[in-house]
Design a binder for this molecule. Structure first.
Ligand code: SF4
Ligand SMILES: [Zn+2]
Length: 343
């Protein structure tokens, strides 16, 4: 494809992936991720939560409180009693459409309707979803969040030199077909070990080469095609830089899409529901102080979008607004965490 990518020297090429090896993540490691500690998907018959209002849509008790439905369809879903519930039934076609997009994206299949939605195929055809036609015309939200990525958001960057999947959506044939219609995926960039989901299935279907920092490689990702070593930064062609930001995990890496000023942060930095910037210390799996110092490092990058795995995305108006939000966040956190941030 004539793509100019990372100098090979920074990669270790591994043997061909083991076909059919659909390794699942070690359940014992899930406590480190961004699902609440009590968030275990329940087996057995579906139990409609009592917190839902009466009507067509509902959330069941298997909800893991990942927040996806609430930012995808805020007119319908809200957090009530530590999980999501329908607080308002969709009032028009647009709200119903968004609620159905959330239904398809829910990692635990917790959103249901009383009757089979007749328009579900039309809704399927909308994925991957545009994010902002003006400032991010080539970046899409994949939807289909995976329970094996703890409900994390994944993205598709449509690029003339090869598309990039950022983290792993749940594997679904219909989504694979839609991604193929957009040109497939040349790479699957995995921000860190928690959000790898169905990476094997996507690799097998699309032939995408998977990129993950070696410090985050585990048994289920031992066959990724490209491992990053050291502290970088690394380049992926002219438009993408990979920035090592250890803290949330040892091998956390952000992808910086320079022409769009868009930073894909995994679980390094996000905003959270109803609040400002957030680093989710509760789910930190390596070093909070290192995470903080590497959030400070982001001030050197010229980004205005934060596109996270968990949490909510944010677009800053300009660098001034971004710097002031980041500096205020860092100042508060550095005091909270003993004022002894590693520089
Ligand atoms: S998307 Fe599903 S799991 Fe996530 S908060 Fe909504 S109902 Fe719960
Ligand atoms: Zn994580």
């Amino acid at each position: 494809m004539g793509i100019l990518f990372l100098p090979r020297a920074v990669f270790t090429s591994l043997p061909s992936p083991i076909r059919g090896a659909r390794g699942r993540r070690d359940a014992s490691k899930r406590g480190r991720a961004l699902a609440p500690a009590n968030a275990t998907a329940q087996r057995g018959p579906r139990q409609r939560r009592s917190q839902n209002v009466e009507g067509e849509f509902f959330v069941d008790e298997r909800c893991i409180d990942c927040d996806a439905c609430r930012w995808m369809a805020p007119d319908t879903f809200a957090r009530i009693g530590e999980k999501s519930a329908v607080f308002n039934q969709p009032g028009d076609e647009e709200e119903r459409f968004r609620a159905l997009q959330a239904l398809l994206s829910c990692p635990t299949g917790s959103i249901g309707t009383e009757k089979s939605p007749v328009e579900i195929r039309r809704v399927q055809e909308t994925f991957p979803l545009p994010i902002d036609e003006q400032s991010l015309p080539d970046v899409r939200h994949c939807g289909y969040h995976s329970k094996d990525s703890f409900g994390a958001t994944s993205y598709l960057i449509v690029h003339p030199k090869g598309n990039i999947l950022v983290d792993s959506p749940r594997y679904a044939k219909v989504l694979a077909r839609r991604i193929e219609m957009l040109g497939g995926a040349r790479f699957m960039f995995l921000t860190h070990k928690d959000d790898v989901g169905d990476h094997h299935a996507w690799h097998e279907k699309l032939g995408c080469e998977r990129i993950l920092h070696s410090a985050d490689v585990e048994a289920s990702t031992a066959d990724v095609e490209m491992q990053l070593y050291g502290d970088g930064p690394w380049s992926l062609g002219a438009d993408f830089d990979l920035i090592h930001t250890p803290g949330h995990s040892k091998g956390s890496v952000c992808l910086f899409y320079k022409p769009r000023k868009a930073l894909f942060t995994g679980d390094h930095l996000a905003t959270s529901e109803g609040s400002d910037l957030n680093m989710f210390e509760k789910y930190n799996g390596f070093s909070v102080k290192l995470q903080l110092s590497n959030i400070r490092k982001l001030l050197d990058l010229d980004f205005l979008w934060v596109l996270p795995g968990h949490g909510r995305r944010v677009r800053f108006r300009d660098t001034k607004e971004r710097n002031s939000a980041l500096e205020a966040f860092l100042a508060a956190k550095e005091i909270e965490h003993d004022n002894s941030v590693i520089i």
